[in-house]
Design a binder for this molecule. Structure first.
Ligand SMILES: Cc1ncc(COP(=O)(O)O)c(C=O)c1O
Length: 334
């Protein structure tokens, strides 16, 4: 069981497989066209296609927005700013582009440190990274806090990574806010609720003028033809997405209840995962479950989530298989 990368453990919608099965030699042989896919994603998000830039997974979106931010070389080494703990690609890409990553700690209970981020934004800061819901805790960041921060740090870019927003929380991807705050860029992915992680499809959403230079950073044929064909079908099958979001919510409830029974601390997650503090035994728990063919993620070495593991909340049937194994393993290592 793959419960370590927050994938969709049910896979993609059957409607997507139907579309993919109809592709053939012609589609493999020609460069893909993105008009339909971009229009479908724009419809889904309630914005115009000019507000959408398709990317090869959200990872490529993070790459593009970081590249854009770091084109400004005034005043020495440019900085990215984020929170700890956080998704590791922000720091990886900031460093890859020759920048420096500055961080502030999440507040108690993974509360969003909006004021601290504001205070930590300096002349060197080019971009601030926020994930909503937060990864790895799953805690929601309130929309007004994000909009306030975007206004306060302008023209520094605020990148709001909404990889898990389909599972909970309020999006800031809205034309109104992009018009008022052109420094706001939102990242979305089809890897999670839509189950396209293997195909690689994501999107940046923002003011058309802000996206414009990134259209020349992302290669012209970044998504392959299969990903481009899958997007309209995935976006149209809201019933499948809703079914999977419900599965994840029920799994989250069952995992949280299990942790409660075991005296393991958790936080209210809106993502398709939970963070749980099992203590110094965290690596041993991860290893013992791995030996049983169940992969979960050890986050215990990271600042701010000492002693913690992260478990994907996917299909309920899988969660029900994990729970007795987890209970047994935890009791054995304690
Ligand atoms: C917060 C966050 N952003 C971005 C991504 C990357 O998503 P993609 O698969 O679309 O590259 C992930 C993947 O786990 C993630 O957790």
């Amino acid at each position: 069981m793959r419960l370590h990368l927050n994938e969709n453990t049910a896979g993609c919608s059957p409607a997507v497989m139907k579309v993919l099965a109809a592709l053939g030699r012609h589609e493999a042989g020609v460069y893909p066209d993105y008009d339909e896919a971009r229009a479908a994603v724009a419809r889904l998000l309630g914005v115009t296609p000019a507000h959408v830039l398709l990317t090869n997974g959200l990872d490529e979106g993070i790459l593009a927005v970081t590249a854009l931010a770091f084109r400004d070389r005034r005043g020495g080494v440019p900085e990215g700013l984020g929170v700890t703990p956080a998704f590791d690609m922000y720091e990886t890409l900031v460093t890859a582009f020759g920048g420096r990553m500055a961080t502030v700690a999440m507040g108690a209970g993974f509360a969003f440190p909006g004021d601290a981020l504001r205070r930590a934004t300096t002349e060197a800061t080019r971009i601030v990274f926020v994930t909503n819901p937060h990864n790895p805790s799953g805690v929601i960041v309130d929309r007004p806090d994000l909009l306030d921060l975007a206004g306060a740090i302008a023209p520094v870019l605020l990148f709001v990574d909404e990889a898990y927003i389909d599972f909970g929380g309020d999006t800031v991807a809205d034309e109104r806010w992009f018009a008022e705050r052109p420094n706001l860029v939102v990242g979305r992915t089809f890897s999670k609720a839509y189950g396209l992680a293997g195909l690689r499809a994501g999107a940046l959403v923002g003011h058309p003028d802000t996206l414009e230079p990134m259209r020349r950073i992302v290669p012209p044929y970044s998504l392959n033809a299969w990903a481009a064909a899958a997007l309209p079908a995935a976006a149209a099958d809201s019933a499948y997405r809703d079914w999977y979001v419900d599965q994840a919510a029920e799994s989250r409830r069952r995992l949280t209840a299990m942790c409660g029974r075991l005296g393991v601390e958790t936080w209210p997650s809106a993502g398709n995962f939970i963070l749980a503090r099992v203590g110094v035994q965290a690596p041993a728990v991860v290893a013992a479950l791995g030996a049983r063919g169940i992969r979960i993620r050890d986050r215990s070495a990271e600042s701010g989530c000492e002693g913690c593991i992260r478990i994907t909340a996917g299909l309920v049937e899988e969660t029900d298989r994990l729970i007795p194994a987890f209970e047994e393993v935890l009791c054995a290592v304690r």
